[in-house]
Design a protein around this ligand. Structure first.
Ligand SMILES: [Fe+2]
Length: 242
């Protein structure tokens, strides 16, 4: 049976019913990426091209975004796509091509960030504006791309795999993430989720990691979250509030 590859060229209103409690492999990382894209874009738009000290952390965040995206696309290609292709051959073709396009954009973004860093005056102002535009287009394309994965790919996964199989797939994927990238991603992810999603995410993580690593993750949450959100998380996980 032939399947049309899913592609993100024709966005439409969401038609997928709620997941009805099914395990969503994409939700946490995609929320993290949306938050990181949005925050980076705003900071790039505000960055003063004549203030080196103010610009440096913004360019560092651009590089963090590139590193996280690079690992994310590779993880999807390596783990998610084979699982999808096994049950619906051909369905990942268009999305895999979009990963290639996004990777090329990441290279261009990194090069542009280097130009911003090395230049001054009118050249830097122009390069910074182009960098802002490049990140805006990457974000726009990836927002639509992620919607296809959230809806069309999840629909395939939920039809063919139970939650235990999806969690095993996620465990294999997470085990390959370089620790530095994991530590860079967690603050964006923890802050991007809402309170019940955050409690479920960290409650699940607690089961799969040594207590010392979980303590480090909790420390990130305490630092990242506004006090009211931290108290909700502490209550949900029965952690000391201080
Ligand atoms: Fe993707």
């Amino acid at each position: 049976m032939q399947h049309t590859p899913f592609a993100s060229a024709t966005p439409s209103p969401s038609t997928l019913p709620p997941a009805a409690g099914r395990y969503d492999l994409y939700q946490a990382i995609h929320k993290a990426l949306r938050r990181l894209y949005a925050d980076t874009l705003v900071r790039l738009g505000q960055a003063d091209p004549d203030d080196d000290a103010a610009l440096a952390p913004v360019l560092a965040q651009v590089r963090t975004l590139c590193a996280i995206c690079e690992v994310h696309y590779a993880d999807e290609d390596r783990f998610m796509h084979p699982a999808l292709e096994r049950v619906q051959p051909g369905c990942t073709a268009a999305i895999a091509v979009e990963h290639e396009t996004h990777r090329a954009t990441l290279d261009a973004v990194r090069e542009r960030a280097a130009v911003v860093e090395a230049s001054r005056g009118a050249t830097r102002r122009q390069a910074l504006n182009r960098l802002y535009q490049d990140v805006a287009v990457l974000m726009a394309e990836d927002l639509v791309h992620m919607r296809v994965e959230d809806e069309d790919f999840n629909a395939v996964l939920w039809r063919h795999y139970d939650d235990a199989a999806l969690q095993a797939l996620e465990g294999a994927l997470v085990a390959t993430i370089p620790p530095a990238v994991m530590m860079a991603t967690l603050p964006w992810m923890i802050g991007a989720l809402n309170a019940p999603e955050r409690a479920a995410f960290l409650g699940g993580a607690r089961q799969g990691m040594p207590p010392t690593v979980f303590e480090a993750v909790v420390a990130i949450a305490r630092q990242e979250l506004p006090p009211a959100e931290w108290l909700k998380l502490a209550a949900a996980l029965q952690l000391p509030p201080q």
